[in-house]
Design a protein around this ligand. Structure first.
Ligand SMILES: Cc1cc2nc3c(=O)[nH]c(=O)nc-3n(C[C@H](O)[C@H](O)[C@H](O)COP(=O)(O)OP(=O)(O)OC[C@H]3O[C@@H](n4cnc5c(N)ncnc54)[C@H](O)[C@@H]3O)c2cc1C
Length: 427
């Protein structure tokens, strides 16, 4: 990493020599930090990269556990392994051994599984893994600080940017102006930089929120994930190490707020009603929080000398745990394009490179967002004829092993034009 001032509160640059970069990334969360590490690591010094996040690194708030864990596809695991991130989190990872899907009513005595997916790919490799978000964030921060050719600025906001004849000049809150050939916006779903570039989004808000909570179980989960489609929305029970589970529990927004505000014992009692008795006694094992849900897609993933990645470009319903995985596909595709270009001495902000990124990623992201929405629609209606058709359809899928294998490959992120890093190959 280049010279930075370390004052205990954060990291900000010293001197003008640190103010010229090839790539400036605004937003240093999961997607922005992975993008920064991937570019610095794979270009081996051929690109000067900076990443800025407005959140202080060392405060309790920045490091606190927001109650969320994420499902990471096999493809995302390949990317993290290639960058040396996976090695730092491996002991905290839980492979998913199988997925059970059900839509039985809560008062039903038995809860038959409508559809079961084996969690392994044909190679025997797990298709997905669970990992708590705070573990991933810690690993990305520590690796970013150790990676050569990477300047990590935090707390530091990218306030604005202007196009110049040879690049962009960005105005930072604490460090003044910096220049770059390319600005990558990884600043999340409300991306101010996307707005600043005049890029509109299409999509809608769901009237739901996703409640995330962690529970400890009495009986073993054996690595199984359960997706229970209830009239209020999907209720997912996702396995974590140490026989804990992460809940992603969808409810109407007002109801979600009420549930979050309950005393622990009342919240647990509501959770137990939905989980049933299969895991024996359950206890809270972490904080809980509710997240508003929406679907959005940027009308363009690029503007002059600018590319959008992660939630700044797209946001999907979390029912299949794909939002971050799709963002990491952006990272892998953009890294492949930029690193190849750097080796040829091309301008990283060049229009042809950005057009190639847009072609590669926008259709795939739109397809994923709409597929999640269609699944949510299919399961969010509770009338008897629809339930019957749905059960019949899922029963047919359950009896079609080739189709199930295809779904598992899709969930593993290994279909379509897969960027090399996601296949575990070097760029
Ligand atoms: C309940 C729930 C469960 C989910 N489960 C899964 C799952 O299992 N698997 C999965 O793949 N996905 C999942 N997702 C989706 C996933 O969490 C998001 O896709 C992911 O967090 C997006 O990461 P990001 O880095 O793009 O954006 P964010 O995490 O939103 O980060 C944006 C960053 O930009 C910074 N920032 C903003 N503006 C500026 C600025 N001007 N200057 C500098 N910094 C700035 C912010 O401080 C922040 O750190 C889930 C989402 C929800 C709500």
């Amino acid at each position: 990493m280049q010279a930075v001032k370390k004052d205990g509160k954060g990291e900000t640059p010293m001197g003008d020599e640190n103010k010229r970069f090839d790539v400036l990334i605004a937003g240093g969360s999961f997607v922005g930090l992975t993008q920064a590490i991937a570019l610095a690591h794979c270009a081996r010094g051929a690109l000067r990269v900076a990443v800025a996040d407005r959140t202080p690194l060392n405060t309790a708030r920045a490091r606190s556990h927001d109650g969320r864990a994420s499902a990471h596809s096999a493809a995302s695991k390949h990317l993290f392994s290639a960058l040396g991130v996976w090695q730092r989190v491996e002991r905290h990872v839980q492979p998913i051994t199988g997925i059970d899907i059900t839509d039985t009513a809560l008062d039903s005595v038995v809860r038959p599984t409508l559809l079961h997916f084996d969690g392994a790919l044909a190679s025997g490799e797990p298709a997905a893994y669970m990992l708590e978000n705070h573990r991933l964030r810690d690993a990305l921060i520590s690796l970013a600080r150790e990676t050569g050719g990477l300047t990590f600025l935090a707390p530091e906001s990218v306030l604005d940017f202007q196009l110049t004849s040879s690049g962009i000049t960005a105005r930072l809150e604490h460090s003044g102006e910096v220049t770059a050939a390319l600005l990558i916006a990884a600043d999340g779903r409300k991306s101010a930089l996307r707005k600043r570039a005049g890029i509109k989004t299409i999509g809608w808000s769901y009237p739901h929120a996703g409640i995330a909570a962690t529970l400890a179980l009495e009986k073993p989960h054996e690595g199984r994930a359960i997706q229970h489609f209830l009239p209020a929305g999907p209720f997912a029970i996702l396995p974590l190490p140490d026989n804990r589970v992460s809940l992603v529990w969808t409810e109407a927004r007002a109801r979600a707020d009420e549930l979050i505000a309950l005393y622990d014992a009342e919240f647990l009692s509501q959770a137990r009603t939905r989980i049933g008795g299969r895991f024996g006694e359950v206890k809270l094992a972490g904080p809980r929080a509710a997240f508003p849900l929406n679907l959005h897609l940027a009308r363009s993933f690029v503007a002059e000398r600018m590319a959008l990645v992660g939630d700044a470009a797209h946001g999907v319903h979390p029912l299949a745990g794909q939002g971050l995985n799709i963002g990491l596909r952006d990272v892998a595709a953009l890294s492949e394009i930029l690193v190849e270009a750097a080796r040829l001495g091309l301008d990283p902000g060049g229009a042809r490179l950005l057009a190639r990124y847009q072609r590669w990623r926008r259709f795939d992201s739109a397809f994923s967002g709409l597929a999640m929405d269609a699944l949510n629609q299919l399961f969010s209606h509770d009338n008897a004829p629809l339930r019957a058709i749905r059960s019949l359809g899922l029963g047919l899928v359950d009896r079609a092993p080739p189709l199930k294998r295809l779904f598992v490959r899709e969930a593993a992120g290994l279909t379509g034009t897969v960027p090399r890093l996601l296949k575990g190959e070097a760029i």
